[in-house]
Design a protein around this ligand. Structure first.
Ligand code: GTR
Length: 421
């Protein structure tokens, strides 16, 4: 064997054995002292240009479109700008929660060119809502099917999604405190993420993404793009309902669906509030901190959630032209509330607080002063902030009644002791 090629082989072997030890894709870090030094992209600078903007007009006309393009190209993929027609079928209504609400179940059909996809909706409407007194609405996808958010057999069983396990009726009740929401006057509109885009690397294109055969290339949208796109379609549908106040639509999401909720609100200004729960990496947390889940880890485990291009940054996160504080800035001047959980270090609670803080210059353009600390607040306290809001809950990665209560606490409320669990 020629000497050169045997040296080459040894080098290759050594690189293979030892690279994982030095690469950032190795074990996640939960140690604040090992957060690397980083510089965040300036929120007011137009990505890819030297220009720094200083007025709302320039923000909306120049910086916002450039930022949306950057997030589309490098992170979530480009949302197809094609006309999709929607029709509905299977509308049925029945009282639930002892008559406190009406459950209206509708199938939403999307048609584009000769392609079709459909999503089953569950609308929980307070009995007090009427065209004369339309209810504010919270839109959010659910993880395991509409039948899992309540034990009431009135909720139709979701069809199994390809490549996903099924869950029992009522098994996600803890995540959807419907009775309390209805008592507070909120309507809730939800659909199963598996109907929209099955959460599976082989099958994720079988839902709404099948409508878009041109969604190809390194900046194509993945499952998160599909979930976000559909959240906007749910807002379209809400706009046709006279019992809903379409000027008061909030969007909520937990974890991967929290990432989708933020991306939906960044693109769609009809969402006046976004509640991003434990959304973490590529949601509310700064990527450059490399604390808990990193770009390297998430693109290895869930490549199909994102534009394939995101994986290019796995080992060079500082070269990403944006960081997640700019996703939050895209939502200005609307309300962004990030909820974190004390034991959910994987989602980097402090990185989420710092991202919110770093979005402040975009809000300042609108004359909105925001004041957030750079250290985590005590757990279970009243949420911090008014328009950029944050709360930390005790416990694990989940969305619980205490989180919903925090999201719905009016800004400026007097500090309380612990919210009920
Ligand atoms: C994890 C993933 C997180 C988060 C979470 C969830 O496995 O690493 O980014 O999305 O799943 O959705 O519960």
């Amino acid at each position: 064997m020629p000497l050169r090629s045997s040296i080459g082989r040894w080098t290759l072997l050594i690189v293979h054995l030892f690279l994982p030890l030095v690469s950032t894709s190795a074990a996640p870090s939960y140690d604040e002292s090992s957060v690397p030094a980083y510089t965040l992209p300036d929120v007011l600078r137009v990505p890819g240009e030297d220009r720094r903007i200083s007025t709302v007009e320039d923000w909306e006309r120049i910086a916002r479109p450039a930022l949306l393009a950057a997030f589309s190209t490098h992170v979530y993929g480009h949302t197809p700008r094609v006309r999709v027609t929607t029709t509905t079928s299977d509308d049925s209504s029945q009282p639930i929660l002892g008559g406190k609400a009406l459950l209206r179940q509708t199938r939403l059909h999307f048609h584009h060119a000769d392609r079709k996809a459909s999503v089953d909706l569950a609308l929980i409407l307070p009995a007090t809502a009427s065209p004369a007194r339309p209810a504010p609405l919270i839109i959010g996808l659910n993880f395991w099917g509409n039948h899992t958010i309540s034990s009431d057999p009135a909720f139709r069983m979701a069809a199994p999604a390809p490549g996903m396990e099924t869950r029992e009726r009522g098994s996600m009740n803890r995540r959807w405190p419907l009775e309390s929401l209805v008592e507070q006057g909120y309507a809730v509109l939800t659909a199963f993420r598996g109907d929209v885009a099955p959460d599976n690397p082989t099958h994720y294109r079988s839902g709404v993404l099948s409508l878009f055969p041109d969604n190809t290339g390194p900046s194509r949208m993945g499952a998160i793009g599909a979930w976000s796109w559909t959240l906007s379609r749910l807002a379209d549908h809400a706009g046709t309902l006279p019992e809903i106040d379409s000027t008061r639509i909030s969007v909520i999401g937990h974890s991967r669906l929290g990432k989708a909720a933020l991306w939906a609100a960044a693109q769609d200004t009809r969402f006046v509030r976004v509640f991003a729960n434990n959304s973490g990496c590529m949601g509310g947390a700064l990527s450059r901190r490399e604390f808990g889940e990193t770009v390297a880890i998430i693109t290895r485990n869930f490549p199909y959630w994102f534009a394939p291009r995101l994986a290019d940054y796995a080992e060079r996160v500082n070269e990403l032209p944006i960081d997640q504080h700019q996703l939050i800035a895209l939502i200005a001047p609307r309300l962004v509330h990030i909820g974190a959980a004390q034991q959910d270090l994987w989602a980097d609670p402090r990185g989420e607080l710092l991202a919110l803080r770093a979005a402040a210059p975009a809000y300042a353009l609108y004359g909105i002063a925001t004041e957030l600390p750079d250290q985590l607040p005590p757990a279970d306290a009243t949420p911090l902030g008014t328009v950029l809001r944050f709360h930390l809950r005790t416990g694990r990665h989940d969305i619980l009644a205490a989180d919903w209560q925090a999201y719905l606490t009016p800004p400026g409320s007097r500090p309380t002791s612990r919210p009920p669990r």
